[in-house]
Write a protein that binds this ligand. Structure first.
Ligand SMILES: NC(=O)c1ccc[n+]([C@@H]2O[C@H](COP(=O)([O-])OP(=O)(O)OC[C@H]3O[C@@H](n4cnc5c(N)ncnc54)[C@H](OP(=O)(O)O)[C@@H]3O)[C@@H](O)[C@H]2O)c1
Length: 354
């Protein structure tokens, strides 16, 4: 697929797309395009999908340095904005600092590279992708461990965060965001941040609603973005485990979809928008790109449907992050502070966050 050969399947009037308001007063659309191809789609296909999304009416793009396609997406966005007459301030572009760039100077260099690759003067939001400086190989096996991996160390995290706050001061970043953090980590970050995070990107789909973390984040003024909003049916092999719930095959989701005469994917996205968070579905297919945006502009879920969807919650975390575990810790639950504390080097054997 290239930008010129694929026509949008239709167009959605951007005015019809719901938005959420950040603490700064800026707005963000309820639906954006995800750009992580789960190691299954070519970078060219994804960049072309970003151009197609803009032409379909999307104004939010969720990028990240680790997705390794910002250098292709940038020119596509620039050309499409030019051709379609889309002003910079109509777009909300996200990037993320990857785990290998947590040293303050590396984080700054990462943001500058993302800006250059994306052909932008500023990012609407910059997320710290994960709270750990731990990396894994592409196509890593589920039990792969990097010997240099470490637990969350708050002082190191805040050193990076302060460098990013300086980039807000200098105008390269409009908003800071956190991703894949927990309530215990957020308490520390909020305590020590000079510029509070404005957004929180977390895994959210009907079978994984994260009620407590979601409410905690909203109560502290953050706009929530849900990743893998349809349950990431194409997620990498390393993220597939027995017992994972498939949202789009869940009987309640399927029943509601049948009642509305829509695809189950649309039920997941309507649920997100009506619950009050942004969703960033991934697709390179014109018809999906269109329906994923259009569905939040028409035929909302009824209160009874929303109530039924509460019951789909199954605590089914799909992106468990086990490839980020450090030696001394053996369970992916250690990454998510499940007992309310932040584990140190020996997992829940110690607490060394401060
Ligand atoms: N912050 C983080 O750590 C983090 C982690 C993961 C993801 N993300 C972000 O979240 C984005 C989305 O997550 P994701 O790709 O994991 O999951 P997802 O958006 O839930 O799933 C994408 C897949 O769903 C299918 N799909 C899309 N629209 C559809 C429709 N209308 N009808 C039927 N099927 C449809 C497509 O599968 P087919 O190709 O088979 O049609 C597509 O590949 C990523 O691209 C990335 O930007 C962030």
């Amino acid at each position: 697929m290239n930008q010129t050969s694929v026509e949008p399947a239709g167009f959605v009037d951007t005015v019809a797309v719901p938005t959420f308001t950040l603490a700064s007063g800026a707005t963000i659309p309820a639906i954006g395009l995800g750009t992580f191809g789960s190691d299954r789609f070519s970078m060219e296909e994804i960049a072309a999908a970003a151009a197609l999304a803009l032409r379909t009416g999307y104004r939010l793009v969720d990028c990240a340095s680790v997705y390794a396609n910002e250098d292709l997406i940038g020119p596509m966005l620039a050309t499409t904005m030019d051709e379609e007459g889309i002003a910079r301030d109509e777009l909300f572009v996200i990037s993320k600092v990857w785990n290998d760039a947590h040293a303050p100077a590396d984080a700054v260099a990462s943001v500058k590279k993302s800006l250059a690759d994306l052909r932008l003067d500023y990012l609407d939001a910059l997320f710290i992708h994960w709270p750990f400086p731990n990396t894994h190989e592409r196509f890593a096996a589920p039990d792969a461990r990097n010997p240099s991996s470490r637990p969350y160390i708050h002082a190191e995290f805040m050193a990076m965060y302060r460098a990013l706050e300086d980039l807000v001061d200098s105008g390269l970043i409009r908003h800071l965001g956190v991703s894949n953090v927990t309530i215990p980590k957020l308490r520390l970050i909020l305590r020590d941040a000079r510029i509070a995070p404005a957004l929180h990107e977390m895994e959210l789909h009907p079978a994984f609603q994260q009620g407590e973390l979601y409410q905690f984040s909203k109560d502290r003024g953050m706009v929530v973005i849900g990743y893998s909003p349809m349950g990431s049916p194409r997620r990498p092999e390393r993220d597939r485990f027995e017992g994972d719930v498939s949202d789009m095959e869940h009987p309640v989701v399927v029943r509601i979809a049948a009642e509305l005469g829509v695809h189950p994917a649309e039920v997941c996205l309507k649920w997100a928008a009506q619950r009050g968070h942004v969703a960033i579905p991934f697709s390179v297919k014109p018809a999906q790109i269109l329906s994923n945006l259009r569905c939040v502009t028409e035929r909302p879920l009824t209160p009874a449907m929303l109530n039924a969807l509460r019951g789909v919650e199954s605590n089914s975390r799909l992106i468990k992050g086990q490839v980020f575990l450090w030696e001394g810790s053996d369970a992916w639950l250690d990454l998510w502070d499940v007992d309310g504390t932040i584990p140190g080097w020996t997992g829940y054997g110690s607490t060394a966050a401060e």
